[in-house]
Design a protein. Sequence first.
Length: 446
Amino acid sequence: MSKKITRYAVVGAGGRVVNFIDPIVSRFSANNELVGMCDTNQGRLDWHNKRLVNELKYHAVPTYLAGDFDRMIKETKPDVVIVTTVDAYHHEYIIRAMKLGCDAITEKPMTIDDKKCRAIFDAIKATGRRLRVTFNYRWAPGTTLVKQLLVKGTIGEIVSADMEYMLNTSHGADYFRRWHREKEKSGGLMVHKSTHHFDLVNWWLDAVPQQVFGYGKLAFYGRENARKRGVKVKYDRYTGHDTKGDPFALKIDGSQGGYMLDLYHKTEKYDGYIRDRNVFGDNITAEDTMSVLVKYRTGVALTYSLNAFLPREGFHIAFNGTKGRLEYNEEHGSHVVEGKKASSPEGHELNWKSRCVVHPMFGKAYEVEIPKAEGGHGGSDPLLAEQIFSPRPPKEKWGRNAGQGQGAASILIGIAANKSFVTNKPVDIAKLCPQLGKAKKLSDLV
Ligand SMILES: NC(=O)c1ccc[n+]([C@@H]2O[C@H](COP(=O)([O-])OP(=O)(O)OC[C@H]3O[C@@H](n4cnc5c(N)ncnc54)[C@H](O)[C@@H]3O)[C@@H](O)[C@H]2O)c1
């Protein structure tokens, strides 16, 4: 009997797609094949092909511009299309891939607004095709440990949760240098970034969100905020200008090393994608300061905040239960602009660290050891890749694989919050996406 080879095409050939390309063509190449790549930018497609040949010792694959996506499917006959474009276009490719007979895997966020979300459900219903949403954060050892402790009933029945997520002036600022700062492309950080966090909370609580209220504003980045603080904005982008003394400057001309020169700077001529826009420039529509209240269908309440201009990065979550409280923290080192590291009060550089503490109701608090893991995003990326690409992935005990129902439950909190920011009113999730049905538990959704 011949071995089953799964054929993959990718659409969206930027930075993230390597997390899918690499396992297909190396670790899991015995059972998988990369058959085509599609993007709006031929330069980036060529860069990936060079990398496939020179670094990964694979072969170049056929490339297609976005207008030729349907032709790519016809000519290369993939079984599955992997969608890693700018967020606003995920739904287009998911739906087109399904209509052309393929399953789809999409990066988070599944999409950026409720209309596009409903359209994805309609396409799945019409075609019977499968969608996977790659929530890699669920696979990190610390976040998985929290799930295990909660499932075991360590703190009894959960009543409420508080989560504070902090993005720093390196990583957080980076969302304001490129397309993420335009809400029509990313849904704002409430969707683009918080989809990870809302997904984790939905999954930890095993609950479907019911109602959302929030406040959000652009308080730090953007020209107007800089002007109010007396900061002069001298350039629209960093590369090509004298940026001495500007801590937000990111040069993509190779002077700061890395892959950005080839992937983004040399390819600008194809589509005008500027990777290093001034974070204090014009036309920023995403918020950098957000506070949200979520009520779940199970009765649990979540308070959540996201701030994107802080001196440190990481998050805290606390779950309050009928038998105690569980606290989990992550401290992240800074990335994006090398050499601009966040530091602790003791003066040392902050590195990736996590801690989980259980406070029993009448007992002594104790720390639970978090297993160590290797690889991207705290060790989550390789585990998720194994689930997707291995012909015999390890049996999954914690419900970490997700489809459209769980993908929607996460983005809909951010989408509802975005509406609440404008209307100043609570927003009902069921009205935004009736296809979620009446499930109370997240695990009852695919
Ligand atoms: N799970 C994670 O940890 C994680 C991390 C980073 C990015 N992501 C997700 O991956 C996706 C890609 O992010 P990235 O960092 O690679 O961004 P990127 O800007 O590097 O790449 C996006 C690519 O999409 C292409 N593109 C834009 N419009 C298109 C269209 N209409 N049709 C086809 N291609 C188009 C761009 O040319 C670019 O090559 C995003 O959805 C992002 O949310 C997930």
